[in-house]
Design a binder for this molecule. Structure first.
Ligand code: MG
Length: 275
């Protein structure tokens, strides 16, 4: 009950502001699972990274779905386990290490991104969070798949690892939790099959079509053509104030955890009646 009453509005109107805000921040820090002082997400009653947002139910995925799926004939192979030639890093070539058919984040080497850009596409990739569990919440097995570096599908070890729901694995970071939690255990390979549609702006720079994403996580639909409300920053609401071309790069995030990725390929969606 008390927690329910400790909304920022109640605090400001009822307590000495400084002490009350400190109390709320301390409470959030103790829980370690969210924020109470961030803005409301438009169209929802939840704050960005709200620890009180409903936690998606757990669905145990089957052992495999599209794991090790070979690319179809028209796919562009972005990583076949052998080299990072299709990717670049902050200092030029991507500096993540390759072993055993996968790439692994070399912490502090920076996020990597595709050299080429694509507009609307189907993306397959696989990832594994570290088998040795270290940290908790956002500090445990954190990475991300980011389109144009600004629209994130979160990658996190969300197997029995509470965090704020809009930051758990497969969340549209800071905007929407996944429909369900289909995460596998730490160290196990997981698959993402993603359909991404790029945003479009009109000639006046107004958003005409929001970015939208469909995500199948280990064979389980966790987003169905879900629109991004804009970019996905930390602790803030995103927006579409900065138009960009529909062709976007794909980025894999270095969040200082030794995450692994393998078997990454992409198909352009194309259009009906335009073979
Ligand atoms: Mg992330």
């Amino acid at each position: 009950m008390l927690k329910r009453l400790l909304t920022p509005k109640f605090i400001v109107s009822t307590f000495v502001v400084g002490a009350a805000v400190a109390l709320t921040a301390a409470d959030a820090a103790k829980k370690g699972i969210g924020y109470t002082t961030t803005p409301l997400i438009p169209g929802t009653k939840w704050h960005v990274h709200d620890g009180d947002r409903p936690v998606p139910r757990v669905v145990t995925p089957a052992a495999t779905f599209s794991h090790q799926a070979p690319p179809p004939s028209d796919a562009i192979v972005l990583f076949d386990g052998k080299d990072l030639s299709k990717w670049s890093g902050p200092k030029g070539d991507a500096a993540w290490k390759i072993e055993g058919g996968y790439m692994e984040v070399a912490p502090k080497s920076g996020s990597i991104q595709t050299r080429d850009k694509f507009a609307d596409f189907q993306l397959h990739l696989e990832f594994a969070t570290p088998a040795k569990v270290e940290g908790n919440s956002q500090g445990r097995g954190n990475s991300g798949v980011l389109f144009n570096g600004i629209y994130e599908v979160q990658v996190l070890d969300s197997y029995e690892n509470p965090t704020y729901p809009d930051g758990q694995c497969a969340a549209l970071y800071g905007q929407s939790p996944p429909l369900v939690n289909a995460s596998k255990k730490p160290g196990e390979w997981q698959s993402y099959d993603i359909v991404f549609e790029s945003p479009r702006w009109d000639a006046e720079g107004k958003i005409a079509k929001k970015a939208a994403v469909t995500v199948i996580h280990n064979g389980v639909v966790v987003h169905h053509r879900k629109e991004y409300q804009g970019n996905t920053p930390h602790q803030r609401n995103g927006d579409y104030s900065k138009p960009h071309p529909p062709e976007v790069f794909i980025q894999l995030q270095d969040h200082s955890n030794p995450m692994r990725f393998r078997n990454i390929w992409l198909r352009k969606l194309g259009e009906y009646d335009k073979p």
